[in-house]
Design a protein around this ligand. Structure first.
Ligand code: BGC
Length: 251
Protein backbone atom coordinates (compact mmCIF):
# COMPACT_ATOMS: atom_id res chain seq x y z
CA UNK A 1 0.00 0.00 0.00
CA UNK A 2 1.34 3.44 -0.91
CA UNK A 3 1.23 5.86 2.01
CA UNK A 4 2.27 9.47 2.54
CA UNK A 5 5.65 9.68 4.20
CA UNK A 6 4.34 12.43 6.47
CA UNK A 7 2.03 12.00 9.45
CA UNK A 8 1.17 13.98 12.54
CA UNK A 9 2.26 12.50 15.87
CA UNK A 10 0.46 13.60 19.02
CA UNK A 11 1.64 12.44 22.45
CA UNK A 12 -0.72 12.99 25.37
CA UNK A 13 1.45 12.92 28.47
CA UNK A 14 0.61 13.48 32.11
CA UNK A 15 1.74 17.10 31.99
CA UNK A 16 1.68 18.16 28.33
CA UNK A 17 0.23 17.30 24.95
CA UNK A 18 2.95 17.50 22.29
CA UNK A 19 2.62 17.24 18.54
CA UNK A 20 4.68 17.56 15.37
CA UNK A 21 4.65 16.60 11.72
CA UNK A 22 6.93 13.59 11.31
CA UNK A 23 8.76 12.31 8.25
CA UNK A 24 8.18 8.55 8.43
CA UNK A 25 11.14 7.81 6.14
CA UNK A 26 13.56 8.61 8.94
CA UNK A 27 11.51 9.54 12.02
CA UNK A 28 12.69 13.16 11.87
CA UNK A 29 10.58 16.19 12.71
CA UNK A 30 9.33 17.76 9.48
CA UNK A 31 8.27 20.96 11.23
CA UNK A 32 8.03 22.66 14.56
CA UNK A 33 7.00 20.87 17.77
CA UNK A 34 3.99 22.31 19.59
CA UNK A 35 2.75 21.67 23.10
CA UNK A 36 0.04 22.63 25.53
CA UNK A 37 -0.66 21.58 29.16
CA UNK A 38 -2.69 18.38 29.59
CA UNK A 39 -5.95 18.87 31.51
CA UNK A 40 -5.36 15.37 32.97
CA UNK A 41 -8.16 15.49 35.50
CA UNK A 42 -10.35 17.77 33.37
CA UNK A 43 -13.40 16.56 31.47
CA UNK A 44 -13.28 14.61 28.22
CA UNK A 45 -14.25 17.79 26.41
CA UNK A 46 -11.42 19.74 28.10
CA UNK A 47 -8.84 17.28 26.82
CA UNK A 48 -10.34 17.08 23.33
CA UNK A 49 -10.33 20.90 23.12
CA UNK A 50 -6.66 21.03 24.18
CA UNK A 51 -5.88 18.35 21.60
CA UNK A 52 -7.70 20.24 18.83
CA UNK A 53 -6.00 23.53 19.71
CA UNK A 54 -2.49 22.10 19.62
CA UNK A 55 -3.12 20.04 16.46
CA UNK A 56 -4.49 23.14 14.71
CA UNK A 57 -0.87 24.32 14.48
CA UNK A 58 -0.31 21.65 11.83
CA UNK A 59 -2.75 22.28 8.99
CA UNK A 60 -3.21 19.78 6.16
CA UNK A 61 -4.82 16.41 5.76
CA UNK A 62 -2.11 14.16 7.11
CA UNK A 63 -3.30 11.26 9.22
CA UNK A 64 -2.91 11.69 12.96
CA UNK A 65 -1.43 9.11 15.32
CA UNK A 66 -2.43 9.69 18.91
CA UNK A 67 -0.39 8.26 21.79
CA UNK A 68 -2.50 8.10 24.95
CA UNK A 69 -1.52 7.04 28.50
CA UNK A 70 -4.07 4.22 28.68
CA UNK A 71 -4.77 0.74 27.44
CA UNK A 72 -6.30 1.29 23.99
CA UNK A 73 -8.24 -1.49 22.29
CA UNK A 74 -9.64 -0.80 18.83
CA UNK A 75 -9.50 2.93 19.42
CA UNK A 76 -11.34 2.70 22.75
CA UNK A 77 -9.82 3.76 26.09
CA UNK A 78 -9.89 0.88 28.58
CA UNK A 79 -7.93 2.23 31.57
CA UNK A 80 -7.17 5.66 33.03
CA UNK A 81 -4.51 5.36 35.73
CA UNK A 82 -3.40 9.00 35.56
CA UNK A 83 -6.38 10.59 33.82
CA UNK A 84 -9.99 11.38 34.67
CA UNK A 85 -11.67 7.95 35.04
CA UNK A 86 -14.50 9.21 32.81
CA UNK A 87 -12.18 8.31 29.92
CA UNK A 88 -12.72 4.59 30.50
CA UNK A 89 -14.90 3.23 27.69
CA UNK A 90 -14.62 6.36 25.50
CA UNK A 91 -14.07 5.85 21.73
CA UNK A 92 -10.98 8.07 21.68
CA UNK A 93 -10.02 7.58 18.03
CA UNK A 94 -13.53 8.47 16.82
CA UNK A 95 -13.89 11.43 19.19
CA UNK A 96 -10.51 12.84 18.15
CA UNK A 97 -11.20 12.27 14.42
CA UNK A 98 -14.44 14.26 14.79
CA UNK A 99 -12.60 17.18 16.42
CA UNK A 100 -9.58 17.16 14.13
CA UNK A 101 -11.47 16.38 10.91
CA UNK A 102 -8.82 13.82 9.95
CA UNK A 103 -8.34 10.08 10.35
CA UNK A 104 -6.94 9.24 13.80
CA UNK A 105 -5.25 6.07 15.02
CA UNK A 106 -4.98 5.83 18.81
CA UNK A 107 -2.37 3.71 20.58
CA UNK A 108 -0.93 3.34 24.07
CA UNK A 109 1.79 5.95 24.64
CA UNK A 110 4.52 3.50 25.66
CA UNK A 111 3.69 1.27 22.69
CA UNK A 112 4.15 4.35 20.49
CA UNK A 113 7.52 5.15 22.07
CA UNK A 114 8.57 1.55 21.62
CA UNK A 115 7.56 1.50 17.95
CA UNK A 116 9.73 4.56 17.35
CA UNK A 117 12.77 3.13 19.17
CA UNK A 118 12.38 -0.13 17.28
CA UNK A 119 12.07 1.49 13.88
CA UNK A 120 14.51 4.40 14.17
CA UNK A 121 16.28 4.23 17.50
CA UNK A 122 18.09 2.19 20.11
CA UNK A 123 16.25 -1.07 19.38
CA UNK A 124 16.56 -0.90 15.60
CA UNK A 125 17.29 -4.34 14.13
CA UNK A 126 17.53 -5.92 17.60
CA UNK A 127 16.15 -9.49 17.46
CA UNK A 128 14.67 -11.40 20.38
CA UNK A 129 12.80 -9.83 23.28
CA UNK A 130 12.98 -6.07 23.69
CA UNK A 131 11.36 -4.23 26.58
CA UNK A 132 10.88 -0.46 26.33
CA UNK A 133 10.00 1.40 29.53
CA UNK A 134 8.83 5.02 29.64
CA UNK A 135 9.55 6.77 32.92
CA UNK A 136 7.22 9.78 33.11
CA UNK A 137 4.05 10.49 35.07
CA UNK A 138 3.59 6.73 35.19
CA UNK A 139 5.71 3.85 33.95
CA UNK A 140 4.67 2.65 30.52
CA UNK A 141 5.87 -0.53 28.86
CA UNK A 142 6.17 -1.86 25.32
CA UNK A 143 7.18 -5.46 24.71
CA UNK A 144 8.51 -6.68 21.35
CA UNK A 145 9.27 -10.23 20.35
CA UNK A 146 11.36 -10.43 17.17
CA UNK A 147 10.09 -7.03 16.12
CA UNK A 148 6.42 -7.74 16.88
CA UNK A 149 4.66 -5.63 19.47
CA UNK A 150 2.65 -7.33 22.21
CA UNK A 151 0.31 -4.35 22.72
CA UNK A 152 -0.96 -2.89 25.98
CA UNK A 153 1.39 -4.54 28.44
CA UNK A 154 0.99 -2.57 31.66
CA UNK A 155 4.12 -3.49 33.59
CA UNK A 156 4.11 -0.14 35.37
CA UNK A 157 1.31 -1.54 37.51
CA UNK A 158 3.22 -4.65 38.55
CA UNK A 159 3.58 -5.00 42.32
CA UNK A 160 7.28 -4.92 43.13
CA UNK A 161 8.12 -5.80 46.75
CA UNK A 162 4.62 -4.76 47.81
CA UNK A 163 4.40 -1.47 45.89
CA UNK A 164 3.31 -0.61 42.36
CA UNK A 165 6.30 -0.20 40.02
CA UNK A 166 5.21 3.25 38.80
CA UNK A 167 4.76 4.49 42.37
CA UNK A 168 8.38 3.51 43.02
CA UNK A 169 10.33 4.58 39.96
CA UNK A 170 8.43 6.85 37.56
CA UNK A 171 9.78 10.33 36.86
CA UNK A 172 6.90 11.67 38.95
CA UNK A 173 7.79 9.40 41.89
CA UNK A 174 11.31 10.87 41.90
CA UNK A 175 9.91 14.40 42.19
CA UNK A 176 6.95 13.71 44.49
CA UNK A 177 8.90 11.49 46.89
CA UNK A 178 11.89 13.86 46.78
CA UNK A 179 14.23 11.00 45.83
CA UNK A 180 17.94 11.59 45.22
CA UNK A 181 19.33 10.08 42.02
CA UNK A 182 20.81 7.25 44.13
CA UNK A 183 17.49 6.53 45.84
CA UNK A 184 15.54 6.70 42.58
CA UNK A 185 18.03 4.45 40.79
CA UNK A 186 17.70 1.93 43.65
CA UNK A 187 13.92 1.89 43.12
CA UNK A 188 14.36 1.53 39.37
CA UNK A 189 16.80 -1.34 39.93
CA UNK A 190 14.10 -3.16 41.92
CA UNK A 191 11.61 -2.69 39.08
CA UNK A 192 14.07 -3.69 36.36
CA UNK A 193 15.21 -6.73 38.29
CA UNK A 194 11.61 -7.92 38.79
CA UNK A 195 10.82 -7.45 35.08
CA UNK A 196 14.04 -9.11 34.05
CA UNK A 197 13.21 -12.17 36.15
CA UNK A 198 9.80 -12.46 34.48
CA UNK A 199 10.69 -11.70 30.85
CA UNK A 200 14.43 -12.29 30.39
CA UNK A 201 14.65 -9.63 27.66
CA UNK A 202 17.69 -9.22 25.40
CA UNK A 203 17.50 -5.45 25.62
CA UNK A 204 15.79 -2.92 27.88
CA UNK A 205 15.40 0.63 26.52
CA UNK A 206 14.55 3.48 28.90
CA UNK A 207 12.59 6.48 27.54
CA UNK A 208 10.89 9.57 28.89
CA UNK A 209 11.92 13.08 29.90
CA UNK A 210 14.11 11.86 32.75
CA UNK A 211 16.35 10.04 30.28
CA UNK A 212 17.51 13.44 29.00
CA UNK A 213 19.97 13.22 31.93
CA UNK A 214 21.37 9.67 31.60
CA UNK A 215 24.65 10.67 33.26
CA UNK A 216 22.74 11.10 36.54
CA UNK A 217 21.63 7.49 36.85
CA UNK A 218 22.67 5.04 34.11
CA UNK A 219 25.87 3.94 35.88
CA UNK A 220 23.82 3.19 39.01
CA UNK A 221 21.61 0.65 37.20
CA UNK A 222 22.42 -3.04 37.04
CA UNK A 223 20.83 -5.61 34.79
CA UNK A 224 21.85 -8.90 33.21
CA UNK A 225 20.24 -7.76 29.97
CA UNK A 226 21.67 -4.99 27.85
CA UNK A 227 20.28 -1.70 29.14
CA UNK A 228 20.34 1.68 27.36
CA UNK A 229 18.47 4.93 27.02
CA UNK A 230 16.36 5.48 23.93
CA UNK A 231 17.82 7.42 21.05
CA UNK A 232 14.66 9.48 20.66
CA UNK A 233 14.45 10.21 24.39
CA UNK A 234 11.34 12.25 25.27
CA UNK A 235 10.28 12.55 21.60
CA UNK A 236 9.78 8.82 21.03
CA UNK A 237 6.04 9.05 21.80
CA UNK A 238 5.37 11.71 19.14
CA UNK A 239 7.41 9.90 16.50
CA UNK A 240 5.89 6.50 17.32
CA UNK A 241 2.36 7.92 17.28
CA UNK A 242 2.96 9.18 13.73
CA UNK A 243 4.45 5.81 12.79
CA UNK A 244 1.36 3.98 14.08
CA UNK A 245 -0.70 5.60 11.28
CA UNK A 246 0.89 3.30 8.71
CA UNK A 247 0.04 0.06 10.50
CA UNK A 248 2.13 -2.84 11.66
CA UNK A 249 2.53 -4.38 8.20
CA UNK A 250 4.77 -1.53 7.13
CA UNK A 251 6.52 -1.11 10.49
C1 BGC B 1 -0.70 3.67 32.23
C2 BGC B 1 -0.11 3.17 30.93
C3 BGC B 1 0.81 4.23 30.34
C4 BGC B 1 1.84 4.66 31.37
C5 BGC B 1 2.72 5.77 30.87
C6 BGC B 1 0.42 4.06 33.17
O1 BGC B 1 -0.10 4.54 34.37
O2 BGC B 1 -1.50 2.67 32.83
O3 BGC B 1 -1.14 2.84 30.02
O4 BGC B 1 1.45 3.70 29.22
O5 BGC B 1 1.22 5.09 32.55
O6 BGC B 1 2.00 6.90 30.54
Amino acid sequence: MKTSSLAVGVDVGGSSIKCALIDLQNGAFAGERYSTPTPAQGSIDDLLCALASVAANIPGEHAVGLAFPSVIRNGVVRTAANLNKAWIGQPLADLAAERLHRPVIAVNDADAAGLAELRYGAARDVPGTVLVLTLGTGIGSALFVDGHLVPNTEFGHLQVAGREAEKRASGRAKVEDGLSWDAWAAELNLVISELHGLLWPDLIVLCGGITEAPQMFMDKLHCEARLCVGTLRAEAGIVGAALATIGSAEI
